[in-house]
Write a protein that binds this ligand. Structure first.
Ligand SMILES: Cc1ncc(C[n+]2csc(CCOP(=O)(O)OP(=O)(O)O)c2C)c(N)n1
Ligand SMILES: [Mg+2]
Length: 280
């Protein structure tokens, strides 16, 4: 198995190439969350890509709530064996299984919920985690959420619900990049002291200072796993840099959802050297 760093670089190459090819999609959050996906899909999560089991029985499952970062999700799924990597070339094309926002309707292996309409994924993740408990299924539920997404009201109902019902087989992660579609989150809809808010609602909170350091991401996810089964849901506040890995995209909300030009793609790929996994 190639090193995690190499996998992360290949995923980043896939992201910029996919978004460039159709001149649409969301590179910023995808690049920022690449290290999380590499760590989760290739190291931490116990999952069986094939045959794909929609119910994730007796395995861990993952819920992507901020569905706009589908490029990183599709790349991680393909690269970990859910479907052929060549299919990444169909991203956002008509009749593709790789829609701009993931949908179950297309029956793409790995996709268990439709997301893109923000705010719903935590409720789904909690439901799945509760179901696992009822079924005495030892698998864990992991989920990812945008920080801008936390401006949705439904999320706070879910944040209140999970500790009350002791959903302790759930590890949610917030992509705390401080950016959203319209600008920095503190200018659009300030989130305040996020760790304190989750703690006040009854969560076991871990702050991940550098969500773009693979070792730190792996260690934090492993630590989170060790805290499951203790009566509290777990929340990782993961600080990332939007656009990480491509210098002119880093830290700019403008790259939330625009595609690189031909010239920008070439510059991006120079910074993301080819890997032994190969491009799709
Ligand atoms: C219910 C809903 N409202 C609005 C949108 C439009 N929208 C798409 S992404 C986004 C910003 C989300 O910010 P964040 O989750 O922080 O993502 P990032 O920009 O960091 O990738 C918004 C408002 C949406 N997809 N769904
Ligand atoms: Mg954000």
């Amino acid at each position: 198995m190639p090193k995690l760093q190499e996998i992360a670089t290949q995923i980043r190459r896939d992201i910029v190439r996919m978004v460039h090819a159709v001149q649409s999609g969301h590179p910023g959050g995808s690049l920022g969350c690449t290290d999380y996906f590499a760590a989760l899909f290739f190291k931490v999560m116990q999952h069986t890509p094939q045959p794909f089991d929609m119910d994730a029985k007796d395995q861990d499952m993952f819920v992507l709530s901020n569905g706009h970062i589908s490029p990183v999700y599709y790349s991680a799924l393909a690269r970990s064996g859910y479907f052929p990597t060549e299919e990444l070339s169909t991203f956002r094309k008509l009749n593709s299984r790789l829609q701009g926002h993931p949908t179950t309707h297309e029956h793409l292996p790995g996709i268990r919920i439709a997301s893109g309409s923000l705010g719903q994924g935590m409720s789904v993740a909690i439901g799945a985690a509760l179901t696992k408990k009822l079924n005495n299924d030892k698998g864990l539920v992991f989920s990812l959420h945008g920080d801008g997404e936390l401006e949705e009201g439904q999320v706070w109902e879910a944040i209140m619900f999970a500790p009350h019902h002791k959903v302790d087989n759930l590890i949610i992660t917030v992509d705390w990049n401080g950016q959203q579609i319209d600008g920095p989150t503190d200018q659009i809809g300030g989130l305040g002291d996020l760790p304190a808010k989750f703690k006040a609602f009854g969560w076991n909170v871990i702050v991940l200072e550098n969500g773009n350091d693979l070792d730190e991401v792996v260690a934090t996810l492993e630590k989170a796993k060790s805290l499951t089964g203790k009566g509290q849901p777990i929340a990782i506040m993961m600080k990332t840099v939007m656009g990480k890995g491509v210098d002119f995209m880093e830290g700019h909300h403008e790259w939330h959802g625009i595609a690189p030009s031909d010239e920008q793609l070439a510059k991006a790929l120079e910074q993301l050297p080819a890997t032994s996994l190969g491009d799709y």
